[in-house]
Write a protein that binds this ligand. Structure first.
Ligand SMILES: [Zn+2]
Length: 460
């Protein structure tokens, strides 16, 4: 037995070395041992053997071909890679926003996130360039589904007088550049209408952060595919800031309008990207999901880590409202899910040092988001499905990613312990496979240490 163990460890090492050192092409591979989580059915079974050919799942079961073996241990669980539909790659300090392609992508990948949808890019050209680099295996990161520029006033170059042709042209331009969906924020009714018609003509989805004059009822009638953060619609009175209105909602007193808003989503099959944890992080909740299980500050430059620690109390004044938003979002999510609402996973953690939103790092946050959903009352099995298959389907990639099935891309994460028993087990990701390429999480994380944020007061 000892010899066999040693032998399998040697094989694992050999396979990892082969693939990580060349980091170029996916290698044909068989994954044996451990357990496999079927997110569709919410069960874990003994891994029957997964054969990967040319970056895709070729067969599940006794392998019919001889390839190098990645042998998992008895306590290893293999799951589909996680999908973050509200990922941000930017850092803002002293009013200047920069796109980070060095640390953030590695934190995502090492934490098991194999696909990210960038929900609005402040610098869409840079993300596009980085995405292409990742696709050519010249940089390390998750698969990036880029969204092009924000549609709406969140884009500093946005023109309120754009015509239908202008909107169509922007969509056309970004489809030609390979955008894989669009995100609106601060958009007018007509602009949203044109965006949705044009994006749908290409088979691409549209999501929006609403609450700037277009509510979710309008957006759903226009055919929107997903909505970020809040249900909106009938639920809110539109008399003040949406945050304040959500904070003040009472699940019983306001149940009629809450139900109306939810029914609208459910009837039209619109996905809610819950992004619930970010409000917990923002309001400094005591929920267990927000404890640190690893030193996240070590990925920051020393100056940045220090400045976050120093300014941690500056945002006290916004906390009570955000804390109530967070608590109400948990209640709303549970109710919406139980009614049959479609939910996806999004982290929404831009690294805003000036808003003091730098205390939790991207990548690690995906585990917090999943745990918060379970704290809201959704089962571990359902949360795992939300983080994988639901999110894949919501972006129109349900036939390519999101579950371990033949012909899908070989995107996996391997963790220690059954996540159906304890959702915190997802924090133990040690191996990530993306399109058949094997990454050692520890190795990837090591490359990200000490690099995020400004180097000094002046060097940014
Ligand atoms: Zn966001």
């Amino acid at each position: 037995m000892l010899t066999e163990n040693k032998f399998s460890k040697y094989l694992v090492l050999l396979v990892s070395m082969l693939i990580i050192s060349t980091a170029a092409q996916a290698q044909n591979l068989v994954i044996k041992g451990g357990w496999m989580v079927n997110v569709k059915e919410g069960i874990a079974i003994e891994n029957p053997g997964i054969t990967i050919v040319a970056g895709k799942i070729y067969e599940i079961g006794s392998p019919s071909m001889e390839f190098p073996v990645l042998r998992l241990e008895d306590q290893d669980y293999i799951l589909p890679g996680l999908i973050d539909l509200h990922s941000h790659y930017h850092v803002r300090y002293d009013g200047v926003t920069k796109t980070d392609t060095v640390v953030t992508p590695k934190l995502f990948l090492a934490n098991g996130v194999t696909t990210t949808f960038t929900a609005g890019d402040p610098n869409p050209e840079l993300i596009l360039e980085f995405k292409n680099k990742v696709n050519r295996h010249e940089a390390i990161g998750p698969r990036i589904l880029n969204s092009g520029p924000y549609f709406g006033t969140a884009n500093s170059e946005w023109n309120q007088d754009y015509t239908k042709e202008d909107i169509y042209n922007i969509v056309d331009e970004w489809v030609a550049k390979g955008a894989q969906g669009f995100k609106a924020k601060g958009i007018s009714y007509n602009h949203l209408k044109y965006l949705i018609e044009r994006a749908h003509s290409y088979g691409l989805t549209v999501t929006s952060h609403l609450g700037y004059g277009v509510d979710s009822k309008d957006a759903i009638e226009l055919g929107i595919d997903r909505v970020e953060h809040f249900l909106g619609g009938e639920m809110l009175l539109g008399e003040s800031n949406p945050y304040v209105e959500i904070a003040n909602l009472d699940m019983e007193r306001d149940s009629e309008r809450i139900d109306d808003a939810m029914d609208m989503f459910i009837e039209h099959g619109v996905y809610l990207n819950a992004t619930i944890g970010t409000y917990g992080g923002w309001s400094r909740t005591d929920d267990e999901a927000f404890e640190y299980w690893t030193d996240e500050y070590k990925y920051l430059t020393p100056f940045t880590a220090d400045s976050i620690k120093r300014t941690d109390t500056l945002q006290q004044n916004i906390q009570p409202t955000i804390a109530m938003v967070y608590e109400n979002k948990k209640l709303l999510l549970k109710k919406y899910f139980d009614k049959g609402g479609r939910v996806t996973l999004g982290t929404d953690r831009p690294f805003y040092l000036d808003l003091n939103l730098g205390n939790y790092m991207n990548g690690f946050f995906v585990h917090r988001e999943m745990e918060v959903m379970t704290e809201a009352g959704i089962s571990n099995a359902d949360v795992l499905k939300i983080a994988t298959l639901n999110s894949a389907e919501a972006i129109g990639w349900g036939d390519r990613i999101g579950s371990i099935e033949v012909s899908k891309l070989a995107d996996f994460m391997v963790i220690k312990g059954n996540p159906l028993d304890d959702i915190q087990n997802t924090r133990t990701v040690h191996t990530v496979i993306k399109g058949g390429i094997v990454f050692d999480s520890e190795e990837v994380l090591k490359q990200a240490e000490g690099k995020l944020g400004p180097v000094s007061e002046t060097e940014w």
